[in-house]
Design a protein around this ligand. Structure first.
Ligand code: FAD
Length: 419
């Protein structure tokens, strides 16, 4: 509750009001500003601020470049990333993202999001985008042209009249809450426990250029991430359904260490590691909505649907949605009639649903069998690699165009050969 009395500031008129200055919000703001649109970004926190989601996919580099932010990101000193490594018991396999089916960037970065999101936001601001930090969107009125009701930290309130709202509020999910758009996810509720460590890894075979996904030796639906940063630290976390993690005791740090030590590969690798950040937990983060967009608003990134962290697709989906929504919005602002379902929601969901197929098959174990299959056909591996690199909208890739059917064919092939 605010203790100070509410004071009213002057109203603001813009073309587009954007809620949230995470990757979805700043990419959208920059692209709109490039086209001469009057944009304002409202961000309730101050940057730098912690965010989860530290392993990027190469596909998102295209959006960063389009937004004129590539140089700033490349110069920020983040850890180079060229692929993903997976380990289950004695099996270890890697995907090199430069060896993929879809053209486009094959490398990216592993980033501390506090710093990364600030680089994007500061670059957008340098380009001329207005970002108001410490400003919270509390209410909207969509009966006529959109109106946003905003307050700052001194409890000063004002209204923004906008032609359109982009909701990039991430897990804040501002419009889904205010407009009653929330829908339960069709994925089971899972929990994550995570922290940053000073890793002190001495194993010369450890590849810092890749995220390492390890599978629990007894429970194939519990998995761990290890994301090396450029400062001898790593992000480390574990994901599982709550009933599989509920036997863990003690503080979050003790729970995390107990479960990490159950995976012998991680236990060995991290024998000298120290936790350097307070452990945190997130539960039931998968989310869905009944409507992604109308002629007055569009939901971007996590404000729309969030699937699962296993393939590090969150930031890529956030930026992809920003780019797609801006394309449609520019046409609408130019007076064209846009069918937001057909022009935005459906094309966006094609890629999201591709990820969904592979996420579901990861947890039921089928996709893990494909990943750890040792005699993979190189062309098929390239097609799967494209999806792991984020190119889930490339319908020339048969594993995108017919993801379920192709996946089932390859699963059958792996199991016949294994048997
Ligand atoms: P965010 O980055 O969350 O930004 C939203 C912003 O909106 C915030 O700054 C917030 O302060 C602001 N906001 C909220 N409410 C309001 C309001 N009322 N008014 C004004 N501002 C507001 N993704 C990856 O790509 N790689 C990974 O390795 C990865 N790992 C993950 C691990 C876990 C356990 C989880 C749960 C997710 C992971 N993700 C990962 C997903 C990733 O965190 C998100 O997809 C990504 O941050 C979404 O970006 P965004 O721009 O939509 O939202």
């Amino acid at each position: 509750m605010h203790s100070q009395p509410l004071t009213l500031l002057n109203n603001l008129d813009v073309d587009v009001a954007i809620i949230g200055a995470g990757p979805a919000g700043t990419i959208a703001a920059s692209l709109l500003h490039q086209q001469g649109k009057r944009v304002v970004v409202l961000e309730k926190q101050h940057f730098p601020r912690f965010s989860i989601g530290e392993s990027l996919l190469p596909c998102c580099m295209q959006f960063i470049e389009q937004a004129g932010m590539l140089e700033a990101v490349e110069q920020a000193g983040f850890q180079f990333k060229n692929g993903a490594a997976f380990r289950y018991q004695d099996k270890y396999t890697t995907f090199d993202f430069t060896d993929k089916f879809t053209p486009g960037p094959g490398t990216t970065f592993q980033v501390q999001r506090a710093q990364f999101d600030k680089v994007l936001a500061d670059t957008a601001a340098k380009q001329g985008v207005t970002i108001h930090y410490g400003h919270t969107v509390n209410q909207v009125d969509l009966t006529a042209e959109p109106v946003l009701y905003v307050s700052d930290e001194r409890n000063q309130a004002y209204q923004i009249n906008a032609k359109f709202i982009l909701d990039a509020s991430g897990f804040g999910r501002v419009l889904p809450r205010l407009l009653d758009l929330e829908k339960p996810s069709n994925l089971p509720s899972r929990s994550a426990i995570f922290t940053h460590i000073e890793d002190n890894i001495s194993d010369p075979a450890f590849d810092r250029n890749k995220i390492l996904i390890s599978v629990h030796p007894q429970h194939k639906d519990i998995w761990y991430w290890l994301i090396p940063f450029s400062n001898n630290r790593c992000s480390m976390g574990v994901v599982g359904e709550p009933h599989l993690l509920k036997y863990l005791e003690g503080t979050l740090a003790q729970q995390l260490l107990t479960i990490v030590n159950q995976e012998p590969g991680l236990k060995r690798l991290l024998a000298n590691a120290n936790i350097v950040q307070e452990c945190a937990t997130l539960k039931g983060y998968s989310a869905n909505v009944s409507t992604l967009a109308t002629d007055k608003f569009a939901l971007l990134g996590n404000a729309g649907e969030f699937l699962d962290p296993v393939f590090s697709s969150g930031v890529t989906i956030a930026m992809q949605s920003a780019t797609m929504a801006v394309d449609s919005l520019l046409k609408q602002l130019d007076g064209q009639l846009i069918d937001w379902q057909q022009d935005y929601a459906e094309p966006l969901m094609k890629g999201v649903n591709t990820f969904r197929t592979y996420v579901q098959a990861w947890y039921d174990g089928r996709f893990q069998d494909v990943i750890f299959y040792q005699q993979a056909n190189p062309q098929i591996k390239q097609m799967i690699c494209s999806i792991l690199a984020g190119y889930a909208w490339d319908e020339t890739n048969p594993f995108v165009a017919e993801s379920e059917r192709r996946l089932n064919t390859i699963i059958a092939l792996c199991s016949t050969t294994v048997a």
